[in-house]
Design a protein around this ligand. Sequence first.
Ligand code: NAP
Ligand code: COA
Length: 263
Amino acid sequence: MTYPIQYDMKGQSCFMSGATSGINEQIARRFAEAGANIFVISRSPEKVQRTVDMLKEAGGEASGSPVDVRDYDSVVSAVTRAQATFGNFDVVFAGQAGNFPAGAAQMSANAFKSVIDIDLLGTFNVFRATIEHAKKPGASYLAISAPQATRPWLFQSHVCAAKAGVNMLIKCCALEWGASGVRVNAISPGPIDGTEGMERLAPTEELKAKVADAVAMKRMGNRDDIAEAALWLCSPAASYVTGTVLEAEGGMTLGDATNAMKL
Ligand code: NAP
Ligand code: COA
């Protein structure tokens, strides 16, 4: 696909968590195509290495290390390496998440905690560990939320609670960091075709068709739909946008898509 608006991120320093597969990997790819230098972290050393190779091929400089965002000290070590490699951060991105369908009365306390820790605490850890090294003014922070943040959703109490927390976290950080010229936003993607998240929530063709039909635009999104929104939010074109959760979801929450996903 070609895009009418080209963004220039030449030489920009980006720290990106959870950007080694799915939606987030495509965001990283588009940042690299725009010339960004990217440091990626996620748990799997293989996924980190594969992504670093892909980003270099896409046109940016890249490095990374295997880190679980739940471990604050490991995040700090990675941030120190990233800052030494690419300099203070123009963009900080936190996109990692965990999801599985499970009822609140069935899942263990540790199951609930795992998702809260990956999605919400992990986003805080990335934000907290990077803020001392963010460019001020000018840095852009971006988290990934989900439609579950604003609607109760069957078998998703852990994700709903975690992503609602992410929505509030970005607003609080936007409020605290605005005076130093740092913007903080989130994107809430709708159902994105061909991703791990959708495989877990709508594993059959029948369910996928139901979900697509329940979205106002009558289709699932694709990874570029979200990557383009991310590029815009992290660009100077969005220079007065902060504390916002951008819903790139085809109108999913306007209708009844969440009910179509009864599992
Ligand atoms: P995905 O492919 O499963 O990507 C998840 C990423 O997070 C991977 O890079 C994974 O790498 C990393 N990760 C997971 N746990 C981690 C941890 N503890 N520490 C560090 N990294 C960790 O997911 P996706 O479906 O594309 O979703 C991406 C984002 O979009 C998520 O935030 C999700 O909630 C959101 N979202 C997705 C959809 C959808 O339709 N897919 C809809 C709405 C919102 P490792 O395995 O190497 O750790
Ligand atoms: N239903 C109910 N509970 C589940 C579950 C499921 N499908 N999958 C895992 N759990 C529980 C485990 O039983 C465990 O609880 P316990 O200790 O009481 O038994 C707890 O969740 C943690 O599981 P574990 O496998 O140890 O966690 P992990 O940290 O290795 O993995 C997950 C985290 C569970 C979120 C895993 O699914 C994951 O790594 N997801 C990342 C990819 C992803 O979810 N992508 C979609 C993003 S939208």
